[in-house]
Design a binder for this molecule. Structure first.
Ligand SMILES: Cc1cc2nc3c(=O)[nH]c(=O)nc-3n(C[C@H](O)[C@H](O)[C@H](O)COP(=O)(O)O)c2cc1C
Length: 158
């Protein structure tokens, strides 16, 4: 296999852009992710590929809960601010307000929509772990088109 073709082909996959958050006894964690997809209607499942050495991975693996937020078209700044994890000050993460969801995962106030998951399967393989989460809560705050990875001018994959 030509590594350049591999990289090019994999980078032609199309993705959304999301903020994933979690919390465990050590505190809060969050990150901008694009390796996420729904994977079942009934029960409603999603699968997320989470970087093995991140604090987000640590929090999801130990707590078994996470929240996913849709990044709106007008919210590139939100996505950019979560590239370096989550810095919590009072009721803000990276300057963005959050509350507690029904799972206990932090739920950001600004994104147009979000959902919360409980982990039902975990696949430890490679440098990212696949967490399969059952969607147990969801909310929509307003109608805003979602920002995609390509539209934002970011790349993650290959
Ligand atoms: C464009 C882009 C896409 C990313 N997508 C993912 C992803 O799908 N999964 C993931 O675990 N991290 C992804 N990251 C990395 C996280 O945003 C973030 O760096 C990490 O969760 C923070 O880890 P920390 O809390 O240990 O600092 C992506 C980063 C960038 C710049």
């Amino acid at each position: 296999m030509d590594p350049n073709d591999k990289k090019k082909a994999l980078r032609l996959l199309t993705y959304g852009l999301y903020i994933a958050t979690s919390r465990d006894l050590n505190g809060y964690a969050g990150g901008t992710i694009n390796w996420l997809s729904q994977s079942s209607f009934s029960p409603p499942l999603v699968m997320a590929g989470i970087q093995r050495d991140s604090s987000l991975h640590q929090a999801i693996a130990t707590s078994g809960i996470f929240a996913v937020h849709i990044v709106g078209r007008s919210q590139k700044d939100l996505a950019t601010s979560f590239f370096k994890g989550a810095a919590v000050q009072g009721d803000t993460m990276n300057g963005f307000r959050f509350g507690s969801g029904v799972t206990g995962a932090p739920v950001l106030v600004d994104p147009p929509a979000w959902f919360e998951c409980r982990v039902v399967e975990t696949l430890f393989r490679g440098d990212h772990t696949i967490f399969v989460g059952e969607v147990v809560a969801a909310g929509v705050r307003r109608n805003e088109e979602p920002l995609t990875l390509r539209e934002a001018g970011f790349a993650y994959g290959g």
